[in-house]
Unconditional design. Structure first.
Length: 94
């Protein structure tokens, strides 16, 4: 039996490296936004209003329902939350 090791859970479960990279970026953004919202110490309804979301959509965010958010939507939410997002592009190690 061969044992495989992956750098990320997304590398293990996604069908391609492209999909894994997208999910990694979405997960990082979602976590950062959720942590920022938690620091606000507001109700979901008030936090949703601050981010220009509906309360059910806010609930999806805080519950980590990653498949309900595109990378583009999360980038916009991060900006609305006052976060500065920086993208780093590198070549894979040989």
């Amino acid at each position: 039996m061969n044992e495989q090791r992956f750098a990320s859970v997304w590398d293990a479960i996604e069908a391609s490296p492209t999909e894994a990279a997208n999910m990694k970026a979405r997960a990082e953004l979602m976590i950062a936004i959720r942590e920022t919202v938690e620091d606000w110490r507001l109700t979901q309804a008030k936090a949703a209003k601050r981010l220009d979301l509906t309360q059910p959509r806010m609930n999806d965010l805080v519950r980590g329902r990653i498949n309900k958010f595109s990378l583009d939507a999360l980038m916009n939410l991060a900006a609305r939350a006052g976060l500065a997002v920086r993208v780093e592009v590198t070549k894979p190690a040989a």
